[in-house]
Design a protein around this ligand. Structure first.
Ligand code: KIV
Length: 258
């Protein structure tokens, strides 16, 4: 079944958890379709886990457009959300133009970091659905820390959630905030919350695929569960291939035209 914004929103009242992962290419997208994931995010983590940039701030619109196209070619069932990268939504007009580029590339919604109700509302009014993202904001934070431990900050994040829902976000990512705050926000909103480091009470969860598959080891936040160690699997396969080529064991007659 193809997930749409409506199907994602209907999951909250039905008590069904929304399952989201990042993906940046065609083969992975096909695998995530088979795994019945609900949302694929072409996140700006692309910059760090695939392109080798130091941070997400180097990611360009061209980077996200290129990878959104690849994901769209493989996608049949997931809702495809693409990130508006750093500095691509510094004004309403720029945000609309850049979101339109992502939709032309195959995105069905865009995600933008921070509390920007005016920009969100303008995008929604142009039929460009928006997923919000509050809490830890990697595009503008220089250090990783949990948000919402202090009462004032918790209140600010809670207020931002309400403002973004009012502005028209169809869902909201909550990154690296305390579980009680995430629970309070989740209970107060009609739209689904998608947590990453925000505890189990969110309406759904998202992880960066390369973190959960063991393909990125520069750092691993506490909230990441490693579901596989593909880095080791690939390394073992490449080493075996190297040894077989060096020893003249590959190609075998089975892999040779007679
Ligand atoms: O870019 C990304 O992968 C994200 C996730 C951290 C949600 O925004």
């Amino acid at each position: 079944m193809k997930r749409t914004i409506e199907t994602i929103q209907s999951m909250k009242p039905a008590g069904e958890k929304v399952v989201a992962l990042t993906a940046y290419d065609y083969p992975t997208t096909r695998i995530l379709n088979q795994a019945e994931v609900d949302i694929i995010l072409v996140g700006d983590t692309l910059g760090m886990v695939v392109l080798g940039y130091e941070s997400t701030t180097s990611v360009t619109m061209d980077d996200i457009v290129h990878h959104t196209r690849a994901v769209a070619r493989g996608n049949r069932t997931c809702l495809l959300v693409a990130d508006l990268p750093y500095r691509s939504y510094t004004s309403i007009d720029l945000a609309i133009a850049n979101a339109q580029r992502l939709f032309e590339a195959g995105a069905e919604a865009v995600k933008l970091e921070g509390c920007h109700p005016e920009i969100t509302q303008a995008l929604v009014e142009h039929n460009l659905p928006v997923m919000g993202h509050i809490g830890l904001l990697p595009q503008t934070t220089d250090r990783f820390r949990v948000h919402g431990r202090r009462t004032k900050e918790a209140q600010e994040i809670f207020d931002q959630a309400g403002r973004l829902e009012k502005a028209g976000c169809f869902a909201l990512v909550l990154e690296a905030i305390t579980r009680p705050l995430a629970t309070e926000i989740t209970n107060s909103l009609a739209i689904p919350t998608i947590g990453i480091g925000a505890g189990v009470d969110c309406d759904g969860q998202i992880l960066v695929l390369h973190d959960m598959l063991g393909l990125f080891d520069r750092f691993t936040p506490t909230f990441v569960k490693r579901y596989a160690d593909l880095g080791k699997v690939i390394s073992r396969a490449a080493t075996t291939y190297r040894l077989e080529v060096q020893q003249g064991l590959f190609p075998h007659p089975d892999h040779t035209y007679k």
